[in-house]
Design a protein around this ligand. Structure first.
Ligand SMILES: Nc1ncnc2c1ncn2[C@@H]1O[C@H](COP(=O)(O)OP(=O)(O)OP(=O)(O)O)[C@@H](O)[C@H]1O
Length: 293
């Protein structure tokens, strides 16, 4: 498919979280509010990378799962093209499943260890009727592998454990390329990769946004990768979006204590420059306090 056709044919799409709250049962009858009244939307007409940044346990993956339709929120609404995702018709749901694609931190969850990695492509071809016949299917697979700079001969016919982490992640991107979704929900996709492979992955993600018009929610706890991809960012703190704007605005003028701490915590290559502050909650309000030594 020519790139110009892909972008020109795309209809503007919107996926929206409206006042989403997710409560899980905690230990000893307590409740965990994983996501607390979160609202935002992703739009495809002006393709962007929007980073969702927060610490471990702040609710990022829960938001990803809700966006992907894998988790029904306790309250609030997820809409795709203005319709509640929970009440889409069968064909609308198939479109949604194709149009909103995940890339997870650990692609092992996607690859069945008993099958060769080729299977994820053939399943996508079959489920979404992407090609007719084996030769056309194989052409499509090879085209997508080449788009993420993987050599078909090096990866096809292998099992997931026979490939490197970077190759497995790029296979997931090749699958995304094949499906040409409007939205990519990338949940900590690079946190298990080394610096060089990480950069390679992020370059492909940026390429997908610029060349194919994919809008990406990039979930991470690592501000240096956010600075690298640019675009927009939201800071999530204890289940709430506490700050949002362009990466440039937020990084140069952070307004929330937690964002400031994140920025101050980006490591510098100086062993004498240790972290000196941490965030403390006082009456539910976060503030930066010095770390006692
Ligand atoms: N199925 C579940 N049952 C109970 N609690 C859950 C469940 N899923 C998530 N939680 C809790 O909800 C909170 C948010 O978890 P979530 O995985 O969304 O955070 P996260 O920001 O993605 O963290 P990480 O970066 O470590 O993956 C955590 O306190 C977690 O323990």
């Amino acid at each position: 498919m020519a790139v110009a056709e892909t972008v020109a044919e795309a209809v503007a799409k919107t996926i929206r979280l409206d006042d989403i709250t997710q409560v899980f049962p905690g230990r000893l009858g307590t409740k965990v509010v994983a996501v607390d009244h979160v609202s935002f939307e992703l739009k495809s007409d002006t393709p962007r990378i929007a980073s969702l940044v927060g610490a471990s346990g702040s609710g990022k993956s829960t938001i990803a799962r809700i966006l992907l339709g894998l988790q029904r929120p306790t309250s609030g609404q997820v809409t795709y093209q203005g319709k509640d995702v929970g009440s889409l018709s069968r064909s609308e749901y198939t479109t949604y499943r194709r149009d909103v694609q995940p890339v997870f931190q650990d692609p092992y969850a996607i690859f069945n260890p008993f099958y060769r990695v080729d299977r994820i492509f053939w399943k996508a071809i079959r489920n979404f009727k992407l090609a007719h016949g084996r030769a056309a299917g194989m052409n499509k697979i090879e085209e997508s592998l080449e788009a993420v700079r993987l050599r078909p001969g090096e990866v096809l016919g292998r099992y997931a454990h026979q490939l490197s982490g970077g190759q497995r992640q790029r296979l997931m991107l090749a699958r995304v390329h094949m499906l040409q979704p409007s939205f990519v929900i990338a949940d900590e996709p690079v946190s298990m990769l080394d610096a060089q492979v990480r950069r390679h992955f992020l370059d492909i993600m940026i390429d997908f946004q610029q060349t194919y018009g994919m809008t990406t929610l990039f979930i991470t706890h690592d501000l240096s990768t956010v600075a690298y991809v640019g675009g927009d960012m939201m800071t999530i703190y204890k289940g709430q979006i506490v700050e949002q704007g362009t990466v440039k605005e937020v990084m140069t003028h952070p307004s929330h204590a937690y964002t400031k701490l994140l920025i101050d915590s980006v490591p510098t290559p100086d062993p004498n420059d240790r972290w000196k502050t941490r965030v403390e909650l006082k009456d539910g309000v976060p503030r930066i306090v010095p770390i006692e030594t």
